[in-house]
Design a protein around this ligand. Structure first.
Ligand SMILES: *Cc1c(COP(=O)(O)O)cnc(C)c1O
Ligand code: SF4
Length: 350
């Protein structure tokens, strides 16, 4: 089996970049991790510079240009990290980062300054003990979200250990896992891994990161089916990306594909201002127009919540569009086809 493509040389050998491009990419790969699994590389059309899968994974020299407003920690994880490996921004749930490695490295990643292979990001046994002690000491934590990196790159044995230890903390009820593995390396979502994840008293939710309908291959279907077999709640997370999925038809097809596979569209993320990601950015107004276009044309099951993570660590909030607005004659609602309707007279003073 061909391995993961990690260097400009690998990309050149696979025919995904030209020789000139490969040379100029050395500076990019010295700064940010690159990773394309065989599953992902096989989806890219090397003849198409705008290929929506290629755009997500193939490095570009544009990544070295930091645009105004871009920061290394765009959503302020650092502000809310009480101990290494924990981000506790909302009282009832927290992030536990057991590894900073991923199966693939996305060019738009909002944690791109910290993700990567190498051991640096992972937790030592003592650090993991401290993180679990923090959770045990905070009875308000109802849900633990495993993230990274991609937590599912850990071995089934390590996942199993972690799940058992979390299940031993009585106030933790929900285990949520955020992963790209079902589409990025579907063969790695093995029965053993799925058993390790689901074999505890915790209710399991799996948030699958998927951005384009072409990522939903037969292999991905099989991986999702294995996860579904556990009875886990399957959710999706999609990052809105210029050139990848910034069209109503593409988003609609993706959401339908997810629902057909038993995955409930959860969040459509407005892209975070991570360094060197300007080429992916869409405006909030564009995002709102896209989300408006989904409503009415696609089933209610196919409507993710469009969210903005407020830069600085202030939390995620729905980014609209607003369907109901107050005007001079009271509240008015916009229907999915653009018509405006008065829905309620303003309260009169008694
Ligand atoms: C996104 C996020 C969560 C999860 O938020 P939900 O709205 O519950 O999906 C939790 N903690 C942090 C720090 C986050 O960034
Ligand atoms: S899989 Fe997730 S954490 Fe890893 S590079 Fe992609 S977006 Fe970042």
């Amino acid at each position: 089996m061909k391995g993961v493509l990690k260097s400009p040389g690998d990309l050149l050998e696979a025919g995904l970049v030209t020789g000139d491009a490969a040379a100029s990419l050395e500076a990019v790969t010295a700064r940010y991790a690159v990773g394309l699994t065989p599953a992902v590389a096989a989806l890219i059309d090397p003849q198409d510079p705008g290929d929506p899968i290629g755009l997500q994974y193939l490095p570009s020299t544009e990544e070295l240009e930091v645009a105004p407003g871009e920061t290394a920690d765009p959503i302020g994880d650092g502000v809310h990290s009480p101990v290494k490996g924990i981000v506790h921004r909302y009282p009832d749930r927290l992030l536990l980062t057991a590894t900073h490695a991923c199966a693939v490295y996305c060019r738009f990643c909002f944690r791109r300054e910290v993700v990567g292979p190498g051991g640096a990001g992972g937790l030592t046994p003592a650090e993991l003990d401290a993180a679990l002690a923090y959770i045990a000491g905070h009875p308000e934590v109802w849900e633990v979200i495993l993230t990274g990196g991609d937590p599912l790159v850990l071995s089934p044995r390590r996942i199993g250990d972690l799940v058992r230890r979390l299940a031993g903390i009585p106030h933790v009820k929900i285990l949520r896992v955020h992963t790209r593995l079902p589409v990025a390396a579907p063969g790695q979502v093995t029965e053993a891994l799925v058993r390790a994840l689901s074999g505890s008293r915790l209710t399991l939710a799996v948030g699958v990161h998927v951005n384009h309908p072409r990522e939903l291959t037969p292999e991905a279907d099989a991986a999702l089916a294995r996860l579904r077999g556990t009875g886990a709640l399957l959710l999706s997370q999609t990052v809105l990306l210029r050139g990848v999925n910034d069209r109503v038809e593409v988003l609609g097809e993706l959401m339908r594909g997810l629902v057909e596979r038993g995955v409930r569209p959860y969040y459509l993320h407005h892209p975070d201002p991570a360094p060197g990601t300007a080429r992916f950015r869409v405006s909030i107004a564009e995002g709102q127009a896209l989300v408006r276009g989904l409503r009415g044309r696609y089933s209610g099951l196919c409507q993710p919540t469009y969210v903005l993570d407020i830069p600085g660590g202030f939390g995620k909030v729905p980014a609209g569009p607003a369907w109901i607005e107050s005007g001079e004659t009271g509240l008015s609602a916009t229907d999915p086809w653009g018509g405006r309707h008065s829905v309620e007279a303003e309260e009169t003073e008694a």
